[in-house]
Design a protein around this ligand. Structure first.
Ligand code: PMP
Length: 282
């Protein structure tokens, strides 16, 4: 089953118009929300960010967030999702192709679920990344369907045999192509401030909170590629990658090439948070 507007239906019934603005312009927004053991993780935070993205592109949501939340829960149940995710997107709707907003079009929402196991091996062993220039636009805070800059960067990482591309704008590390980036130096945790140069990740905020609870000094301050290359530990976070240690960057080892102690502690806390989520929602 999939969700189209506020109705659950068979996927085979989905019809996409040629002149859907999402299809022609990438004129829309999206979210990916994790499901652990049948329970959504951070649903409210994702919906708040969805509303913010809609506001920033002056788009009306087709119906309320309360209804959306209910329907997403029904969808996950209908598809018996245990460990997985829901992808949802809202486009500005169908109208004759002109760049400016159409006078009469209403947003179109589509959502689907899939099973997706936790990235436990990567979290344990760590991942390899490349660095590359951040070629994206200047509103990376909006979770827009326009992802070409991210797509091209991730492809570069794949061609280098790596899992992620860390993006550098004017010498500053912004974020990953689909993740946020943290470094640990002398016990302090640094990450790019949540402004227009990055997406304010839901997992990023969970990690910052867990770090504060663990009495780790948190600095939402920019850092350079040199700082990244000389960090004691490097972490990337996302809904899909969770809290993954980075063990090589552009072929160079981070620290001793193994996930470090601060990373492991934060991962442990993150796992506890997932467990709590289950007991709270049940
Ligand atoms: N930055 C970018 C560019 C992303 O695509 C993602 C994944 N949605 C993130 C950061 C991480 O965000 P979240 O933790 O909300 O998944």
């Amino acid at each position: 089953m999939i969700l189209v507007q506020d109705q659950l239906m068979e996927q085979s019934k989905l019809h996409i118009e040629m002149e859907d603005r999402g299809y022609q312009f990438g004129d829309g927004i999206y979210e990916v929300i994790r499901i652990y053991d049948g329970q959504f993780f951070g649903m409210d935070e994702h919906l708040v960010r969805l509303q913010r993205s809609a506001n920033e592109i002056q788009m009306q949501l087709p119906f309320s967030l309360e209804v959306l939340k209910e329907r997403l829960m029904e969808l996950a149940v209908a598809n018996s999702i245990k460990d997985g995710q829901v992808y949802l997107q809202i486009t500005r709707g169908v109208a004759e192709r002109t760049h400016h907003f159409p006078d009469h079009a209403s947003g179109i929402l589509v959502a689907y679920t899939k099973e997706a196991p936790r990235p436990l091996n990567k979290m344990k062993e760590g991942i390899s990344v490349i660095t590359t220039e951040d070629i994206r636009w200047l509103r990376c805070d909006i979770k827009s369907l326009n992802l070409l800059g991210n797509v091209l960067s991730k492809q570069k990482a794949k061609e280098a045999g790596c899992d992620e591309a860390i993006l550098i704008r004017d010498g500053i590390v912004t974020e990953g192509s689909s993740s946020n980036v943290f470094i640990i130096k002398n016990g302090e945790l640094f990450t790019h401030p949540a402004n227009n140069y990055i997406l304010n990740g839901i997992t990023r905020n969970v990690l910052l909170e867990l770090a504060k609870q663990s009495a780790i000094n948190v600095k939402e301050k920019t850092f350079t590629r040199d700082d990244l290359m000389n960090a004691d530990e490097v972490i990337i976070t996302s809904t899909t990658m969770e809290v993954s240690p980075v063990v090589t960057i552009d072929g160079k080892q981070v620290g001793d090439g193994q996930p470090g102690p601060v990373t492991k502690k934060l991962q442990e806390k993150f796992n506890q948070r997932i467990q709590q989520n289950q007991s709270v929602e049940n």
